[in-house]
Design a protein around this ligand. Sequence first.
Ligand code: ADP
Length: 267
Amino acid sequence: ITSRVTKPVDSSQLDNIKNIILVSSGKGGVGKSTVASNLAIALAADGAKVGLIDADIYGPSVPTMFGLIDAKPNARETAAGKTLILPIEKYGIKLLSLGFFADPNQPVPWRGPMASNAIKQLFNDADWGELDYLIVDLPPGTGDIHITITQSFPIAGAVIVTTPQQVALADTRKGLQMFRMPGINIPILGVIENMAYFTPAELPDNRYYIFGRNGGRALASGFEVPFLGEIPIVQSITEAGDKGAPIALNLESPLAAVFSEIAGRVA
Ligand code: ADP
């Protein structure tokens, strides 16, 4: 994709970032953070310089998914006297999460403007350096954070994650419409259908469409946006995420190839 600057840039820290890509979902729990993390890893495995911002204020998952529960980013001072947060680097990816700045055992009762300011700092006051892709894991739904990010930064496009379930699809439609609203107008790079089907180990030729069949594909064609691929329900995806080493790192897993193909369609 070619980066389309949709909004004025208000920070020099972003000058060397080629593409800011949002990963969005209508509902929580559909695997948005799982997809964002594995997509970042698959893009990096392909040789790209990648950063990941976890903007999910309600439940930041990046610290867990990257095994960085107790990590605290350092800062450095620029020659001009500005303090810059240093993203934490793991698996070759530069990471920042609001979770790094909060006690993981305490809920963070953000008010809208506070959360928006905190998010802006992760973009503007961080030492991102040169990146081919900065992936942004958005909170679910359509809220303050979405407005802040889409209005404040030059976004190349949004990737939409859904499960094939009707209730998820209904909310995903709203999310898609938000990106197309005048004044927001972010290109939609495509839809990823997560938890598309389940195949039990003892019945390797069977596919069970637990949440319904082809819902994400149908949604993509209804909105005339690309269908980027489907990801099955696999226990190792959850286990790898919980362990702090997303499945796409395991190049022997067929799932690494699935994420790599999806990354190829996004790139
Ligand atoms: P979201 O960011 O949309 O809230 P998460 O990425 O945190 O969702 O995923 C929710 C839960 O589902 C996590 O425990 C995650 O490991 C699990 N999960 C996500 N995608 C899959 C999948 N394809 N197969 C199995 N488990 C998955």
